[in-house]
Design a protein around this ligand. Sequence first.
Ligand code: GLC
Length: 413
Amino acid sequence: MAIPKAKQYILDFEQMGFGMFIHWGLYSQLGRGEWILNVGKLDKTEYEKLSDTFTAEDFDAEKIVLTAKSAGCRYITLTTRHHEGFSLYDTCGLSDYDAPHSAAHRDLIREFVDACNKHGIVPFFYHTTLDWHEKTFDTDFDAYLEYLRKSVETLCKNYGKIGGLWFDGNWSKPDADWKESELYATIRKYQPEAMIINNTGLGARGELGNPEIDSVTFEQGRPTPMNREGMSKYVAAEMCHTLNNHWGIGNEDLDYKSPGELIKSLCDCRKVGANYLLNIGPEAQGAINPFQKELLGIIGRWMNIFGEAVYNGRPCGIGGVGSNFGLRSTDGKYIYLFVYDLGSIGDKNVTVGGKYSGAYSFGGVTDKIASIEWMDMEGNLEFTQYGTTLSVELTGHPYGKSYPVRVARATVG
Ligand code: GLC
């Protein structure tokens, strides 16, 4: 069976590879995650007063966009409205529970989109479909769906071209008729090339909910290879991940992942051709948390060296020992060999666990290789090819360097 031909905007999405997710809303003022209203059983009327103290005085869209850009992200998916029901955009009269009616008195999505456009980052809109504020969600579902559709229409009409919409919440009423086709038709009318994504949640990773969907999601889990044979259309894949265990900021969530772990997760995604959407939770009034910024900065330093392999590499059936694997560049000129945990070479009295230079095998290499070198330093590596097996004499990191994943670039020819 054939693999369907991909639409260009879906290929462009895959080429972006790495995105920043941002969860920010009224809940950020409480610093206990974006679900605190529900999980903490808070009083709704009291909670909604958070709109009166939401000044957004530290929200500097340009700073956020530049932080994403220097981490190597090519797009940002921001919560325009999360389950709490509060909109960061001007709902143009659909609801008073929005940023222009809050203490901020600004359209924060306008600022976000302008900053993205200024710096060449593609804006994506996260939008909840489940709503804890809007009463019709429980009392008159059809009326609610129309409110949701008009909200999305507002987003599609008022902010110029956007990269896509990222919905979340259909899993809250699995048996309801969400009238998805009507919602997606509204998007296609104004944004024909927007990616339409609808999170299938923790329980149904990688599933395709509706034929209009352009990418499946893998929430907090490793994406599995996509089998596109016989599909009616080519869809992308994306995994989303948080830096710790909450999406909206958790002031007492100290369980941060390490930069090495995050870089490996990014590579694990690219191994199967999926994008990696990595979340930050800005602080109460929109400032970026300094530690989160540092973490992203380290990823950015790695991306500065190896980013080409992340953006341009596509799965081509090359496997290595352990987690190692290979990708082929979209133009077919290079094979990128991803090597995990190489350690660094020092002296037995100072370095623990560093692997020394040696032969590493990769299977499934059908191209004839002309030369191979590390992307972080010059100098050709020795190699041999037998059939589809490539055996490379990989040198360890010189003392003073250690990358969680190191990539060698082989030139085809
Ligand atoms: C979940 C949660 C939500 C978060 C999302 C991110 O579906 O409900 O809070 O926004 O995952 O993937």
